[in-house]
Structure formats: structure tokens, C-alpha cells
Design a protein around this ligand. Structure first.
Ligand code: G3P
Length: 224
């Protein structure tokens, strides 16, 4: 399982990159526009924080295949490192995906809502497909089930494409996708925190501390 951060908030990225085993960052025009900052400043800062080896998925703003390719080349050149261009699924996007193979630029096909979309994106050469789990749940279409089906089909046809499930609002959704064998998820820091927090853990740790202090006071193992 690969965990990626779905945000352009610099402090959030800095924090999660330090404390969690995250493999990169995903953004989209909505996420970038929340920052009200110069685009290049934001993406360069993110790359500086995560370093060249972690994945950085940045979405194109272009609509025509040739323009998407030009933008992807510029993004890769200026952002560098492990870079993927995010392209929403559509005919021009599929054409761009096939063209980008010649340029060695990985594609994350995004705004995926059905297994049929994911399968065609994978056949076009996308490295990742990004289904939107919570947005599917919002229309009572069972996002985790869609992710499970996409994962099954990619494995069934032995396609060189991974599921990057996105749009999560609960830890339960992430857990269900992980159980379905989904390859990767992109989440906010809030979801990451909720994935590790548990009141039973808090009780267990409080008991360890109390029992130790009863016998050894505030002395730590380093002080023996
Ligand atoms: O990566 C796509 C994701 O950002 C969409 O999430 O919360 O807007 O449905 P959301």
C-alpha cells in the first residue's frame, strides 16, 4: 500500500512528510487554488520538501491532447524528480496519455468513476487511475466497491497500471480500499491521523506510563 498526500498546504505536507510513511503528493486545480499563491512557487516548495525521489502528481489545465503534452513536458522539466501528470479521463486525455509514452512522462488518469473508464485509461498507458471514493458514496454508488472492481480488473488483465484511490472522507473508506487490495491511496493529513488514532491505544499507553512512574518515577531507560 502506498500513501500519498492530497494537499498543497505546505505546512501539512512538511508535517506529514516528517511523521508518516508517505510516498508523495497529489494536487489538482481545486487543491492548488485553495492556497492563493503563485503556481510555480507552490509546486517548487512541495518538491523541495518531499525531495526528488517521492512521487509528485500535478494536474494539467489543458484540454487538447497536444496542449496537454506540451504542459506535461514543461511541468516535468520544471518540477523534476518522480513526476506524474494528472489528466481527467476524456478522449483528448486518452490521446495525450498515448502520446506521453514517447516522452517518458507518467500519467495519472483522474476523475475516474467507473471500472470501464479505469480499464480504458490503463490500456491507453496510464500508470495510475484515480477513482473518487467519497464522491461515489455521495451518489450511493459504493466507492470502495468500484475501487475493488477496478483493482480486480487491472490484476486480472495483468495491466501495468495501479489504482490510486482518492476523495476520502473517512478512515473506514481507506480501510475498505486497502482490504480490496487497492495499490495506493491519496489522503489528507486528517485522514492519516484518524488511521492511527484509537482510544484503546491511548488507554494502553497511559497505563504503561503510570505503572513505570509508580516504580521508577520520571527516570528513563537512558538514565539507568
Ligand atoms: O484527488 C482528488 C481529490 O482531491 C478529490 O477529493 O474531497 O474533492 O472529493 P474531494
Amino acid at each position: 500500500m502506498i500513501y500519498i498526500l492530497d494537499t498543497a498546504d505546505i505546512e501539512e505536507i512538511r508535517y506529514c512528510n516528517e511523521f508518516y510513511p508517505v510516498s508523495g503528493v497529489t494536487t489538482n486545480p481545486t487543491i492548488i487554488s485553495r492556497e492563493h499563491e503563485d503556481f510555480w512557487k507552490i509546486v517548487k516548495e512541495i518538491r523541495d520538501i518531499i525531495g526528488p525521489d517521492k512521487m509528485f502528481h500535478v494536474q494539467t489545465t489543458q484540454k487538447k491532447a497536444e496542449d496537454i503534452v506540451e504542459e506535461a513536458k514543461l511541468l516535468k522539466e520544471r518540477i523534476g524528480g518522480e513526476f506524474y501528470v494528472k489528466i481527467p479521463i476524456c478522449e483528448e486525455g486518452l490521446k495525450a496519455t498515448m502520446m506521453l509514452k514517447n516522452w517518458g512522462i507518467g500519467v495519472t488518469m483522474t476523475a475516474i468513476f467507473t471500472p470501464a473508464q479505469a480499464l480504458i485509461a490503463a490500456k491507453a498507458g496510464a500508470s495510475f487511475v484515480a477513482p473518487y471514493v467519497n464522491r461515489l458514496d455521495n451518489i450511493i454508488a459504493d466507492g470502495c466497491e468500484v475501487v475493488a472492481e477496478i483493482t480486480k480488473q487491472l490484476n486480472l488483465y495483468n495491466l501495468d497500471c495501479r489504482v490510486l484511490a482518492a476523495s476520502f472522507k473517512t478512515a473506514e473508506q481507506v480501510h475498505k480500499c486497502a482490504s480490496a487490495g487497492c495499490h495506493s491511496v491519496t489522503v489528507t493529513s486528517g485522514i492519516l491521523k484518524s488511521l492511527i488514532s484509537n482510544p484503546m491505544t491511548d488507554v494502553a499507553v497511559a497505563t504503561f506510563e503510570k505503572d513505570w512512574e509508580t516504580v521508577y518515577g520520571d527516570k528513563t531507560i537512558l538514565e539507568f
